[in-house]
Design a protein around this ligand. Structure first.
Ligand code: KG4
Ligand code: ZN
Length: 351
């Protein structure tokens, strides 16, 4: 089975070829055209994203085919992200995939972007397979899932307000760092001391009551907007006292510590409740080295394994879409000609 994957949901135009089965999957090529233009605006501009996908999609697919040493005729299916995302951006990928599929007589299979993120780690770590606890943390989503098998996703918790990546991006802006802010904040935080309890930059951990029990509304859910406001107040205070430049590393570290402690505890609770020995991280924030380290340390004691994709596969890419598509094709799924892009949609098989 050989599948071409196409991803255009946000600001990456990407194409990839994977082959094999979910048990033994091979990444044959991956091309990612990142749209750096959005940095100028401090966020993704939907109209510009769509236009860049239009110019990038043909070269990206051609390069993916060439790098894998195959032609359209060698493919068994075309997998494409159809939801969720920016509709104009998604439409470029879905329209192109449907046209190519029609022209070459291939089936096209729609893939949910977040199911793609769940499959990303499998491309590098064959053991990152169900059952596992999953934490999906990106610019738009923060989901805690129990995954008993591929295709069945139990939603345990999610953010009540900002996504984790969004919080990183907003805090970066407050600290005068570029967009996207995750990596710059991580780098700045690495130069700061971890603020201890009582320190003004030791921010309250959102939704982390020690005495919470399963069934409580905040047991698995997260919230990051209060933390963002706490950072805003810290920045204003430091600015007034003339210590802002000197305080920035400590503020960044305090913010990142609070996020990580919250996420690690929520994932630990989920893995314990469902007796999962494996944890899979996905989405752009999974690139965060301090998060990965804290997660591994928390699970090391109980013999748990924590898997995270490398940065190239953690952020948006078509390889993960091809991998999830391969699973869906093997289940006999394919799109109707009426298939189209959808801005928001639950992951198929979520309960
Ligand atoms: O999955 P992704 O590439 O795109 C979305 O689907 O949103 O995630 C992008 C997000 C951005 O908010 C970015 O700031 C964040 O991932 N990010 C990080 C790091 N690298 C990227 N956040 C924290 N630490 C990082 N090292
Ligand atoms: Zn994503």
């Amino acid at each position: 089975m050989r599948v071409l994957g196409i991803e255009t949901s946000c600001d990456e135009t990407s194409a990839a070829i994977v082959s094999g089965t979910p048990e033994a999957i091979s990444l044959d090529s991956l091309v990612i055209l990142s749209q750096d233009v959005h940095r100028l605006f401090g966020g993704v501009v939907p109209e510009i994203a769509s236009r860049q996908h239009l110019t990038g999609i043909v070269p990206a697919v051609n390069a993916a085919l060439r790098d894998a040493g195959v032609t359209m005729g060698d493919l068994d299916a075309i997998a494409v992200t159809h939801a969720p995302g920016l509709v104009g951006a998604l439409l470029v990928g879905t329209s192109y995939a449907k046209a190519m599929a029609f022209a070459h007589g291939k089936p096209v299979v729609p893939v949910h972007h977040l199911e793609g993120h769940l499959f990303a780690t499998l491309l590098e770590h064959p053991d990152a397979k169900p059952p596992f606890t999953a934490l999906l943390v990106s610019g738009g989503h923060t989901l805690l899932l129990d995954v008993p098998e591929w295709g069945r996703y139990q939603l345990l918790g999610q953010t009540r307000d900002d996504a984790v990546g969004e919080a990183f991006d907003k805090v970066a802006k407050l600290l005068g760092l570029p967009y996207p802010g995750g990596r710059p904040v991580e780098q700045l935080a690495a130069t700061g001391e971890s603020p201890s309890h009582g320190h003004p930059h030791h921010f309250a951990r959102p939704m982390l009551r020690r005495r919470a029990v399963i069934g409580d509304e905040d047991y698995y859910d997260c919230s990051f907007s209060g933390l963002k406001t706490a950072v805003l107040h810290a920045v204003r205070h430091a600015d007034k006292s003339g210590t802002l430049e000197a305080d920035k590393p400590s503020i960044a570290r305090g913010f990142q510590d609070a996020v990580i402690e919250t996420l690690v505890e929520k994932v630990y609770r989920a893995a314990k409740a469902h007796r999962r020995g494996r944890v899979v991280l996905g989405g752009g924030v999974a690139c965060n080295g301090a998060l990965q380290l804290a997660m591994r340390e928390r699970f090391a004691g109980r013999g748990g394994q924590v898997f995270a994709p490398s940065p190239r596969l953690a952020t948006d890419n078509a390889a993960m879409i091809a991998a999830a598509g391969l699973f869906r094709v093997l289940r006999g799924e394919h799109a109707e000609p009426t298939m189209t892009a959808t801005a928001s949609l639950p992951i198929p098989g979520m309960f």
